[in-house]
Design a protein around this ligand. Structure first.
Ligand SMILES: Cc1cc2nc3c(=O)[nH]c(=O)nc-3n(C[C@H](O)[C@H](O)[C@H](O)COP(=O)(O)OP(=O)(O)OC[C@H]3O[C@@H](n4cnc5c(N)ncnc54)[C@H](O)[C@@H]3O)c2cc1C
Length: 301
């Protein structure tokens, strides 16, 4: 297995549960990955095709809903609202969630909204939980920077699973994978329990409460590679978010972060000889993680 983000670790856990020996190699350990920057709310965002994404999202929803009942996973079910400036159709992924209600109590300036209860995944806690789960199943995670996927065959792994996210540009020679830059702020929690999302403008605005902090985003900058937070962008994010949740005006900013989402015209979960590719989950790597992981197990065989 190459890659220790949420996609690689989830697949590693499912493979180990299925009885495979799993050794994960990764340049960045779980808390250093793009996955650690994610907000992370269950929401099918910047990932296609719609039919597979809906199936994977629905499966992950079930698994996360179960994890939310267990202590120490970092997963909680939270209610929130996606708001729109105009009347909208029911979301295309609506069948993946058990409940979706048209909202009538809307913030000023909005014409429509959908309220739903979804898993919110506190990534640093959750990635640690995934790594510990893999360890308990006998799997390993080793920091190792590779220049190519490991070879298979006698004395080596039977199958290599490629979960390298954006680096699949290199590892699979796949230039259809491109970064979609996401900048966020972490602010101190002040008692907010609902999430909010507004994707009706050029840049998405979201406010995702977690146990001790709130993730406030964001940006959707396609083809942009800089991992350095931009102060003017942070100001603009906070202004948009404060218009939605006025209490953010006095919130203490704890940190600025940037992650590069691995976007692809279609998520790739596919076997090619002794390699199983699983990458290109875009803005929904967490949302798709368990569904994709179970497909990886089927492809490894
Ligand atoms: C700001 C932001 C907010 C987001 N919010 C959400 C959300 O709310 N919900 C959601 O579902 N998703 C969200 N996402 C998307 C999500 O973070 C990604 O889809 C997900 O992290 C992709 O996971 P991954 O495991 O494929 O990649 P990564 O987490 O990037 O992991 C890739 C792994 O490959 C390894 N690798 C790369 N190169 C090498 C090499 N040369 N040698 C060895 N190993 C290598 C890396 O070290 C790493 O371990 C968000 C993303 C951002 C940036």
């Amino acid at each position: 297995m190459v890659g220790a983000g949420v996609v690689g670790l989830s697949a590693a856990v499912r493979l180990a549960e299925a009885g495979h020996r799993v050794d994960v190699l990764a340049r960045d350990l779980p808390r250093e990955t793009t996955s650690a920057v994610a907000a992370a709310i269950w929401y099918p965002y910047l990932a296609l095709p719609r039919d597979r994404v809906t199936t994977w999202s629905a499966r992950s929803f079930e698994v996360f809903a179960d994890l939310a009942t267990k202590a120490g996973t970092g997963v909680e079910m939270r209610t929130g609202t996606e708001v729109f400036r105009e009347r909208t159709e029911r979301p295309w992924w609506g069948s993946a969630v058990p409940g979706l209600d048209r909202e009538t109590a809307l913030p000023p300036g909005y014409a429509d909204g959908w309220t739903l209860t979804v898993p919110v995944i506190e990534m640093p806690v959750y990635l640690d939980w995934l790594a510990a789960r893999l360890d308990s199943l006998g799997g390993t995670i080793t920091r190792h920077t590779l220049s190519a996927l490991p070879e298979t065959g006698a004395g080596r792994a039977d199958v290599v699973v490629n979960c390298t996210g954006l680096a699949a540009r290199h590892f699979a020679g796949d230039l259809t994978v491109e970064p979609v830059r996401g900048q966020v702020l972490r602010v101190a929690q002040f008692g907010l329990d609902r999430w909010w999302l507004d994707d009706s403008t050029d840049e998405p605005t979201y406010i995702v409460p977690r146990s001790r902090d709130i993730v406030v985003g964001g940006t959707e900058q396609r083809g942009e590679w800089s991992r350095t937070p931009d102060p003017a962008t942070a100001d603009a994010i906070l202004a948009r978010a404060t218009a939605l949740v006025p209490e953010l005006a006095g919130a203490k900013v704890l940190q600025h972060r940037v992650g590069l989402r691995p976007a692809r015209p279609a998520v790739r979960v596919e076997r090619e000889g002794d390699v199983v590719h699983c990458y290109g989950q875009g803005g929904a790597g967490v949302t798709l993680s368990w569904g994709c992981a179970e497909d990886v197990v089927a492809l490894v065989g």
